[in-house]
Write a protein that binds this ligand. Structure first.
Ligand code: 13P
Length: 254
């Protein structure tokens, strides 16, 4: 299908995969998806596997992402990892503000914006996540919640930096639940996000930003979700942990 923007499909492995398991997965993906050029493919392993995965995918069409990073460049921040350290492993993308971090690590829009600015300063592309809870959707507050998260998480970025940012719409109620947003629900929110970006930056920039959908993306629903005009790819959790399901999502999307 003809898309306005090149599709980007990223696997967020979350807290999964030893180094050995990570290598098995990327070796399998390289076999399944070799020479595929229609989609930008990204894997986001845990920090501990970045070094080995980076070497393993050096000559492939897979690109590397991290799942988080510090807003600081260096210093007394025990346990943190800086953008510059990720760059040592040829990391290109970094997921920021995933709902699990917003929930369990109490990450705020303000913190996510600081991280996004630090990522851009190091030429890493942030994948900034936004999304409402079920209670918020049922209260009719989806646009208010997503709009506030978007504005706050992109605060201080230039229009050029917004253009180099990837947005992931991940409704919290769809993550890990097997209950994906319908294609219509996803398209509605994606179109809203693009409209907000047009106001925040300008229409030309908004047209170029890729907006991914995440939340129970599977081989069976990928085609319909990806066929929506404002859905420019997927951020895949559980189904990115197996070669077969991730490869089938990619193949079903083109
Ligand atoms: P699932 O695909 O497991 O629902 O997770 C989505 C997600 O959180 C990706 O970041």
């Amino acid at each position: 299908m003809e898309k306005a923007r090149k599709l980007l499909i990223a696997g967020n492995w979350k807290l999964n995969k030893t180094v050995a398991e990570a290598l098995d997965l990327v070796n399998g993906l390289q076999r399944e998806l070799a020479n595929l050029k229609e989609v930008d493919l990204v894997v986001c392993p845990p920090f501990t596997a970045l070094s080995e995965v980076s070497k393993a995918i050096l000559d492939s069409n897979l690109r590397l992402g991290a799942q988080d990073m510090s807003e600081h460049g260096y210093g007394a921040y025990t346990g943190e990892i800086a953008a510059g350290m990720l760059k040592e492993f040829s990391v290109r993308y970094v997921i920021l503000g995933h709902s699990e971090r917003r929930q369990y690590q109490r990450e705020t829009d303000e913190l996510i914006a600081k991280k996004a600015r630090a990522a851009h300063a190091a030429s890493l592309k942030p994948i900034v996540c936004v999304g409402e809870t079920l209670a918020e959707r049922e209260a009719g507050a989806t646009e208010k919640v997503v709009g506030t998260q978007l504005k706050g998480s992109l605060a201080g970025l230039t229009a050029a930096q917004v253009e180099e940012t990837v947005i992931a719409y991940e409704p919290v109620w769809a993550i890990g639940t097997g209950r994906n947003a319908t294609a219509t629900q996803a398209q509605e929110v994606h179109a809203f996000i693009r409209g907000q970006l047009a106001q925040r930056a300008d229409a030309a920039v908004a047209k170029r930003v890729r907006i991914l959908y995440g939340g129970s993306v599977k081989p069976a629903n990928a085609r319909e979700l990806m066929s929506q005009p404002d859905v420019d790819g997927a951020l895949v959790g559980g189904a990115s942990l197996e070669v077969r399901s991730f490869a089938d999502i990619v193949k079903n999307s083109i």
